[in-house]
Design a protein around this ligand. Structure first.
Ligand code: HEM
Ligand SMILES: [Cu+2]
Length: 842
């Protein structure tokens, strides 16, 4: 044997060894243990499949509605059941399908696009998935017990707060969805940290794939949009369960507050489902035009612009409540303005297609269909954004037509394009072209046959949300046509579903990178490995597979970072936020049932609360928190056996980082921004009442006084100071002293919480008497709960310190808890300023 072939032989042996180790470390558990998997390649697929199932379910509900409406005076379903049908259909489509499926697809593809082995918190993804499944089944299942929510997907009070008119369905909506929203926020946190910190070396921010940009923006929007709704849910549930009168005008409340909180969420929500779908198009269009996207910078700017603007438009859903003309003008103008960045994104796609040579494969067929439908929906959007026009068609079928054109064109068709596009990447097989064409044309034709006529039914005056209509008002033919169209569309959905669940063996094998795409998710020569990428490459281009010669082969040969798993640990590379320079090798936790068990107990707590089983709810919640602590204890902030390791390409990288350089710190920071937004929404409620009510606080109200609130603020400040000091002392090596400071802080925090609650109690504020009392109480409770959660975290840190898991150098836990405390202390102090000091100056 010549020397050259000998060294080739040795190289091959070495690579085999590496692959074997990687395979072992990342292996997916077998048989029943399979469900303990936390890897994105498994969790992402479950997540996608589950949300698609919820789509089919909600779609079936729509078919029942359309059957009922096919002919006048029909009695297929009762009025009451019809109310449940449209409420559950809208609710499930928005909360159980549109948002989750985009997070699900992102969990599958994002790590691969970033050449990361997984997202930074795999167990959090798993926890989010199980929460979603449990909450989703609970909400969807209610229809079988005739107990589904029936107040419409935006749940306006007083219909939904009146005990005579609304049953348990409203509680299922409020609690079930709050639970699912928490899961959505968890996924958003994970995706943000993923895009910021898990990119491959060299992928500076101007090289980030457009898909990832969109995910970053949308996850950020979730962080600001969902918390107001959660805050609203809390007020709502307090009114339903304990008769706190937030939306009851007789006691100073106002149902319009709910409308504001709902639509501050609800309008951005529309873009939260639209942008990720556009993100899919931003990958598909360049691939099938076989050229880089035209106007990368423009499209990023436009996406950011859409994100920002979408928070300033919510009141266009409320034109009919009697707003001042100046507000009408403002919200109308802002609503029209959003057409500009949206238009920019569409033009970028059209320009890219015109400049390239378009290949009309199935994904591209769906992509162009999507653009056609969406543009039409956008046109009616420009119409209803004008208040006088909206006054005419508000709550009519015109709006039903408009919203489905935007949602199905802007969300569903792009999603289909994405499914066809990414299927070979997930499975190594291709979906059928013939079936794909059938599916597309059935859906496209069916959709237009169903929804185009609705514009006219609406203009002729048919209101939405009616279970039937008299004959001879001019609605008959139009409705029948709509129903036929809905079934044609459903046939298309069935064709796709059939093709998706057909056994893999019957489908054609896909070649490597079958669409000849340019981005990294297509690099692996053998797709579907749980380890994701064989080695983490250095990137110098936006379309590395097109522009970096031989990249896929070099990756597969392990020529780059982390080609091995020598210590038999799951690892991924962490890089800097702007320039993506490698800074750390992050150890990731492996399979575990803990996230699933935690989700079961936390979910159990929400479900028990729905039925007012308070003791079960409390017990289940306590166990849930215990399991989460056990999961954190065994899976996070582990002290590595050595300080650094050889990450390949001659880079010696640390295995442990704490403070602002660690991913955990970012996750905490981002979570607390969301938490702060929820708090800000509660403060908003206080000022909302103060602005619109002449007697808020009521003249005879005593308020919470000054002494106790100020004392509480001072003590909370002390608790915070102790924590900051503990961090510094711990860094300095006096771990004992740090633990003492934390213990002191525990006492101060508990004292502060007690003082906060004592204040309104001792001055005799009764939350059921007046909305003022209720609002003060809710702010005080919110702050006190945050202090108590802070105490749990302190207890955790003290235990870690005593167990030797928290040392001067290894202080991730303490750093994160102190970060939490910054927010908790501010929350308490702002609460005191609002409830105690503000009335003095007002
Ligand atoms: C698959 C085909 C679909 C059909 C045939 C369909 C049909 C309908 C019908 C008949 C209504 C009720 C109209 C009324 O009585 O007021 C409705 C409402 C609604 N749909 Fe769909 N829909 C479909 C897909 C979707 C999708 C994909 C979404 C969202 C992603 C969606 C979101 C909504 C919403 C939010 C409502 C309003 C519910 C409410 O008034 O509370 N739909 N749809
Ligand atoms: Cu809107």
């Amino acid at each position: 044997m010549s020397e050259a072939t000998m060294s080739e032989q040795a190289d091959l042996e070495r690579r085999r060894g590496q692959e074997e180790r990687l395979g072992k470390v990342w292996a997916t558990p077998k048989s029943w243990r399979y469900w303990s998997a936390v890897n994105n390649t498994e969790v992402g697929v479950w997540y996608t499949a589950t949300s698609f199932f919820f789509f089919l379910f909600a779609g079936a509900l729509a078919l029942v509605m359309r059957s009922q409406l096919a002919v006048p005076e029909n009695d297929l379903v009762s009025a009451g059941l019809y109310n449940q049908l449209f409420t559950l259909h809208g609710t499930m489509m928005m909360f159980l399908f549109a948002v989750p499926i985009f997070e699900a697809v992102a969990i599958v593809v994002l790590p691969q696009m970033l050449a990361a082995r997984d997202l930074p918190f795999p167990r959090l993804s798993a926890f989010g998935y199980w929460c979603f499944l449990i909450g989703g089944v609970f909400v969807a299942g209610s229809i079988f017990f005739n107990a589904a929510p029936d107040g419409g997907w935006f749940m306006y009070p007083p219909l939904t707060t009146d005990p005579e008119l609304s049953g348990i369905g409203a509680d299922i909506w409020l609690l079930g969805l709050s639970f699912i929203e928490v899961a959505s926020i968890a996924a958003a946190v994970e995706l943000i940290v993923g895009v910021l910190k898990c990119r491959p070396p060299g992928m500076r921010i101007n090289l980030i794939p457009l898909y990832c940009w969109y995910i970053l923006i949308v996850a950020g929007m979730i962080l600001f949009a969902f918390p107001p709704l959660i805050a609203g849910d809390i007020l709502f549930e307090l009114e339903r369960m304990f008769d706190w009168p937030f939306f009851d005008p007789a006691r100073g409340g106002d149902p319009v507050l709910w409308q504001h909180l709902f639509w501050i969420f609800g309008h951005p929500e529309v873009y939260i489902v639209f942008l990720p779908s556009i993100a899919l198009l931003a990958m598909i269009v360049p691939t099938f035009s076989q050229r880089p996207i035209i106007g990368y910078g423009w499209i990023v700017l436009a996406a950011v612009g859409t994100g920002f603007l979408s928070f300033g438009l919510w009141a266009h859903h409320m034109y009919t409540i009697g707003m001042p003309a100046i507000s009408l003008g403002f919200f109308s103008a802002a609503s029209e303005a959003v057409a500009i960045p949206t238009g920019v994104q569409i033009f970028v796609f059209v320009a890219t297609m015109l400049a390239g040579k378009v290949i009309f494969a199935i994904p591209m067929l769906f992509a162009t269909g999507a653009l056609a439908i969406f543009v039409f929906g956008g046109l009616t959007g420009v119409m209803v954004a004008l208040a006088p026009f909206d006054w005419q068609v508000h709550d009519s079928y015109f709006v039903v037509a408009h919203l489905h054109y935007t949602l199905i064109g802007g969300m569903f068709f792009p999603l289909m394009a994405g499914i066809y596009y990414f299927y070979p990447f997930m499975t190594g097989r291709l979906l059928s072209v013939r079936l794909g064409k059938w599916a597309f044309w059935l859906m496209f034709a069916g959709f237009n046959i169903a929804f185009l006529p609705m514009h006219f039914t609406g203009l002729r005056g048919m209101p939405r949300r009616v279970f039937t209509y008299p004959a001879d008002l001019g609605f008959d033919v139009l409705n029948l046509v709509s129903t036929v169209g809905a079934f044609v569309m459903a046939a298309g959905v069935l064709v796709v579903t059939f093709d998706l669940i057909r056994p893999l063996a019957k489908k054609l094998k896909a070649a490597h990178n079958p669409w000849n795409a340019g981005t990294l998710e297509w690099a692996p020569l053998d797709p579907g490995n749980p380890w994701g990428i064989r080695s983490v490459p250095v990137i110098t281009s936006r379309y590395p597979l097109w522009e970096q010669e031989g990249l896929a082969r070099q990756i597969a040969e392990g020529r780059f970072y982390l080609p091995d798993a020598k210590e038999m640990k799951r690892e991924t590379l962490i890089t800097t936020v702007l320039d993506a320079e490698p800074v750390q090798v992050l150890r990731l936790p492996g399979p575990s049932f803990l996230p699933m068990i935690a989700a079961i107990f936390v979910g159990g707590s929400f479900i028990a609360a729905t039925f007012h089983w308070w003791i079960s709810a409390a017990l289940s919640g306590v166990v849930g928190i215990g399991v989460i602590m056990a999961w954190l204890w065994t899976g996070t902030a582990m002290i590595p056996e050595k300080a650094s390791k050889d990450a390949g390409l001659d880079a010696e990288l640390p295995l442990y980082k704490s403070g602002p350089q660690s991913v955990g710190w970012w996750a905490m920071f981002i979570t607390m921004v969301g938490d702060g937004t929820a708090f800000a929404s509660l403060v908003f409620a206080y000022y909302f009442y103060w602005t619109i009510q002449p007697d808020f606080p009521p003249p005879d109200a005593t308020g919470p006084g000054l002494t106790y609130p100020l004392l509480a603020a001072a003590v909370a400040f002390g608790a915070w100071l102790c924590m900051v000091r503990a961090r510094a002392v711990n860094r300095g090596g006096s771990e004992r002293r740090a633990a003492q400071l934390m213990a002191t802080s525990v006492l101060l925090a508990l004292a502060s919480a007690a003082l906060l609650l004592y204040a309104p109690w001792t001055t005799g504020l009764v939350p059921t008497r007046d909305v003022y009392d209720a609002t003060v109480w809710v702010l005080v409770l919110w702050s006190a709960i945050h202090l108590v959660v802070g105490v749990l975290m302190q207890g955790y840190c003290i235990a870690r310190s005593l167990a030797g898991k928290l040392t001067a150098r290894h202080d991730i836990d303490l750093q994160n808890v102190v970060l939490y405390w910054h927010f908790a202390a501010i929350t308490a102090i702002v609460t005191v300023m609002v409830i105690a000091l503000f009335p003095l100056v007002a």
